[in-house]
Ligand binder design. Sequence first.
Ligand code: DX5
Ligand code: ZN
Length: 219
Amino acid sequence: MTPIIAPSILSADFARLGENTAKVLADGADWVHFDVMDNHYVPNLTIGPMVLKALRDYGITAPIDVHLMVKPVDRIIPDFAKAGASVISFHPEASEHVDRTIGLIKDSGCQAGLVFNPATPLSWLDHVIDKLDLVLIMSVNPGFGGQKFIPGALDKLREVRRRIDETGRDIRLEIDGGVTADNIGQIAAAGADTFVAGSAIFNAPDYKAVIDAMRRQIG
Ligand code: DX5
Ligand code: ZN
């Protein structure tokens, strides 16, 4: 599948969110990764459907990849779909009924993803992988940008790659946490095709230089 670079706007300047988002897309990003944290499932508090809608109203038309780190998760899904989400991913630990949550996302017209923390077993894929559009492997513990990549995620990527290939379906394999231009090559070699990067892009003086450097290694 075509590689996707999805900058996490968690590391953007929230006072200039529209401008920063438009700029990172003009500089070559494919998707916008939108991190939703609730100070309950994870120890941080970020942005919700109103901010997503504001980005759409500002003129952002690229796919918006919503990463829900909220518990409970079901009741907020229709709000994100209405606000203009493209993909909605959630953590199985935050859902009472994983299959039902996937169904809610699909019924709302969005693509559905399941997210695996560093200690979440891949057995959560059993029975539901055929309904998923995306699997997201966390290479940090969720809650903050700017953390260091946990190398154990590479083995997990290889295992999920194998399971996705077995289905014969086009399921994206996304990685999130500590991704940089220096490690993205080995992450792609382990099987990822969709790359979230927050601080590596937004803390750099030149977004385009970082995105180009990343792209060269995942071509
Ligand atoms: C962490 C978030 C990530 C984070 C990535 O909980 O899900 O998307 O913003 O940031 P970096 O790339 O700085 O690790
Ligand atoms: Zn994320």
